[in-house]
Design a protein. Sequence first.
Length: 436
Amino acid sequence: MTRLIYNLLWPLGLLLFLPSYLAKMFRRGGYRKDFGQRLGFYSSEWRRRLHGKSPTWIHAVSVGEVVIALKLAEQLRALRSNLKCVLTTTTTTGHALAQKSAPGWMDVLYAPLDFWPVMRRAFRVIAPQLIILIEAEVWPNLVAEATRRKIPIVLANARLSPRSERRFRRFKFFVRPIFRRLDLVCLPTAEDAERWKSLGATASQIHAVGNIKYDVCEQPILSDAAQRFRETEINATRPILFGGSTHRGEEQILVDVFCALRPEFPNLFLILAPRHVERTNEVEAELRKRDLRSIRQTATGNRTQEPDCLLIDTTGDLPGWYNVATIVFIGKSLTAHGGQNPVEAISARKPVIFGPHMENFASLAKQLITGGGALSVQNLQELIEHSRRLLRDPAQREELAANALRVIQPHRKSAARTAELIEKNFSKPVAVTFCA
């Protein structure tokens, strides 16, 4: 009955959200490409390509979830050499990263909307033998259709933010049957288990394996572009203030910090990586207003003067740039809420600073602060003061970075542990029921 109500209300919800969706489509661009896939319509080429593969279907919303999906898929492939995957994403940025990074045994599509006729069309074409949902993507019609076809469902790196938990508890009568249908729930920590049980997941489904989002390479990554920049564009001894995944307003704050610190540190350099690359023109205009010379990552080279600032104007390349930083500010934490993942900067052995709004990483942020592995600031002035102290004191920078690495150590090999658990439970070929 609840699913019937959901499907009856779904078209109304689409109409309500359509204006904002169209505005986003216009602003970010790229949404129209392969739009039919969102409605469960696939070209004859895609139908031929997917026919008979019986792949593992992994669904990830955007860039962060795609990174998790790619890590997990690589570990699954290491355990099963003939693995075929379909990776679906919701956002254009996630889709672009997936297309750029996906190996040859993985197909990348846009995720179908969770309306029952759309979802049924998608299942007929993809015909998966296993479904892996990343973090929080448990959709009623997707789960119901998989259950109808007797396809196992895994929720990997299961995330339950305080906001989501409150919403789920409010509609427990609706979500409990959905969560109960999951075959495996892989949690970041054992402390999360009781929360998931209270929402309908059973004890036999739940396993704590660590957070794949915090499972990073042992060695810091330095991309070719970052290496060339450090060798050819600026003096390698210049200290670098790095704003990672910044949101509107945070670039202006970092420019204020940069300008405030330049009298004391005249060689200071600024790197800004906006979370949404379509904002690059806006950020560039702000830098011009402040009389700062900026260049884009995609337009470096042939400079007569050293610039003041570099803008990272590509998606998915941020981890390969953190290694050049001296200090890293984590975006979406000062003028926006939620925070971005600080682990990639920590893995590069860089000291991190973030604002008070790290809700999406609340547990990690608390552990980092308590363990002396990060600095939290409330405003511009505090950001200036903490940045000044770190630029003056290399020993404090090293201490922060070392403490942070200790905090994330328990999550090493989380992707491998998750893959092993999935393989253990679903290694035998699954008899997929092909329904009309």
